[in-house]
Write a protein that binds this ligand. Sequence first.
Ligand code: SF4
Length: 262
Amino acid sequence: MVSIKINGKEYEVEEGKRLLQVFKELGIKVPNICYHEALLPAAACKLCVVEIREKGGAPRPRLSCAVKAKAGMEIITDSAMIHQLRTEAIGNLLKMAPHAEIIHKVGREFGLETGPKPDGCIRCRLCIRICADIIGAKALKMVRREGIKYVVPSEAGRCIGCGTCTNICPTGAIRAVDEDNIRTIMIRDEVVGRHPLERCEMCGTYFATSSFLEHVEEREGAHPREKEKHKYCPICTKLRARTKVKITAPHLEKTYGGKPLD
Ligand code: SF4
């Protein structure tokens, strides 16, 4: 056994034991991710850095997983310098694995800045702007939560489920999920809007929400050439415009004006 000082307190510890293991056994918390008791230390994550003073020399930062206990060592497990080094270390780990929950967890536990947990959003505001400026729904906004900006739903009931934001989003962070004829617009796990889908009167595909169709109707008014309101999906609308054939019944799924479709 040898005598060492940790954070100003004297301890008797086994000579040659890895310092990180010593800390664990004494219940002294030091961050680490790559250390495993069954393996030799790799000194890879660099989070377990501590200040060590030996033989009256100046304190030096060293990785405690790799350093063995020696008589007379004086160790400081946290200081401004150590905090800075750990912040750099955690930043390097996040560059490699930004989504890894363990890194964010260790960061939270030891007060190390890990930034926002990645949600795929680059805060370009394209979704917010298109929803407000082109669609006019103003269903999205930016808010600050614990100092970090997030795109969130603005107010319940504003979203009309058009899906424009999901189409313009460059990263896929905001998405539309069509399931059981219901469209859900989501960002992270937050629901922006949930709407039943309407069927195309020609091909029967569920293609748009009723709120969106009503919105278009209100904004555009009825098409001058249309005598009555129809709900056609974009493909059928194009086909209809191209062939200029008046379709009178939705049951003509396979034919257009009596001619077979390709
Ligand atoms: S789906 Fe909702 S949030 Fe997205 S652009 Fe349309 S109205 Fe706005």
